[in-house]
Design a protein around this ligand. Structure first.
Ligand code: SAH
Length: 368
């Protein structure tokens, strides 16, 4: 019998890899389809639950593989309905996922790395530095763990990779995970309901520009000229705005799909009418829409968010130029669940208070 560390985590396998893995057992192809469905549609956490597989096959597979799972260490709930899930990984690193209910949507924001290496000046996650990449199962288990807490009639409708980390810096694992999110025998999300957000890593974006991708693409732009972008996002030194935009012009997207540009509005830094006009100019010729995100403030961040008036003015200039522009007022701010606020720190969890505070509305015991 193999120890757990020698066994294969089934959720790290792509569908073709799973098929290959099952090969030595001499099993029919449809077994891998059955297993995919058990893992991702039913969300089972033990082989015993895979009742349409023979006892013998279950036994054989369980000797060489295992089914990993994540269990939230704690769940915090904001008054606007947003919930933040804290997970502790095998090696002690912590990651977070955020569930955001909307009128018709239930969006789950997931992490792809523990920490982040890109150190954007306005982002708290960036202050913690990079810890490590998540493996495929750790990316997917966030979805399964959150789904398990939902009542049966509630389904997650959208997945956004906008939690901790830079998805394209963990390219291979993130691509495998997105393939499973979209796979008809796994999560079955339509590719329109999955969004990957990136700081704009050119080599990986170049690869993606030539492929048929099963997700929407969001790019964190955050400035309209090189100087300001480099100041806010050091990655711009390596992958400058001009090259990023040139690539976006070449991107082969499916019909009616546009790139989303995210633009965090930072008071006095990138929010002037001049910035808006320049943004209009540089985005000419790129089928896109804009998400404006007024900065989420934090004591550790040396910036403020602009006044509502300034935000409106910025939006109007862009819309005047024919762009689709949405202002994303962040959700879950009081529990630090908003964009750029995830860093795996829970004072209440760490003090162990969540176990006794399960009856309060702001923090729930994970088993509730
Ligand atoms: N690394 C990826 C995925 C993280 S997404 C990326 O940067 O795109 C997080 C989004 O939140 C990004 O658009 C980022 O620019 C934005 N963000 C980060 N810190 C923020 C803050 N303090 N206020 C508002 N938005 C922020």
């Amino acid at each position: 019998m193999k120890s757990l560390s020698q066994k294969v985590d089934l959720k790290n396998l792509s569908p073709p890899e799973l098929l290959e893995f099952l090969g030595p057992f001499g099993k029919e192809r449809y077994r891998s389809v059955q297993i995919l469905r058990w893992l991702y549609q039913q969300g089972v956490e033990s082989f015993d639950q895979m009742t349409n597989l023979s006892k013998r096959l279950r036994q054989e597979i369980s000797q060489v593989s295992f089914i990993s799972a994540l269990h939230p260490l704690c769940i915090e709930k904001a008054t606007d309905g947003t919930k933040k899930f804290l997970f502790q990984l095998e090696d002690g690193h912590r990651i977070e996922s955020v569930l955001i209910p909307d009128k018709t949507r239930l969006t789950l924001c997931i992490s792809t790395q523990a920490g982040c290496a890109f150190a954007c000046r306005f982002c708290l996650t960036g202050k913690t530095g990079w810890k490590r990449d998540l493996v495929v199962s750790e990316i997917l288990n966030q979805i399964l763990a959150v789904r398990k807490t939902l009542p049966e009639e509630k389904a997650i409708t959208n997945i956004v990779m906008m939690g901790m980390g830079e998805p394209l810096a963990n390219f291979k694992n993130t691509m495998k995970a997105t393939a499973l999110m979209a796979h008809p025998d796994a999560f079955k999300f339509s590719s329109r309901k999955i969004t990957l957000s990136t700081v704009g890593l050119l080599p990986e974006l170049t690869t993606l520009s030539k492929e048929k991708i099963p997700f929407r693409l969001a790019i964190s732009l955050n400035a309209s000229n090189e100087e300001t972008r480099t100041y806010l996002m050091p990655v711009n030194r390596r992958y400058p705005l001009a090259r990023l935009l040139a690539l976006c012009k070449d991107f082969r997207l499916p019909p009616r799909i546009r790139i989303t540009f995210e633009y965090v509005l930072v008071d006095g830094i990138n929010d002037s009418p001049l910035d808006a006009k320049r943004l209009l100019r540089i985005l000419k010729g790129i089928p896109c829409k804009i998400n404006l995100i007024p900065l989420n403030e934090a004591p550790e961040i040396p910036f403020r968010k602009p006044s509502e008036e300034k935000v409106r003015r910025f939006q109007e200039i862009l819309m005047g130029g024919g762009l689709t522009v949405i202002v994303r007022n962040s959700r879950g701010q009081e529990i630090s669940a908003a964009c750029g606020q995830l860093r795996g720190k829970y004072s209440m969890c760490d003090r162990g208070e969540f176990e006794t505070a399960s009856d309060t509305s702001s923090i729930l015991n994970a088993t509730d």
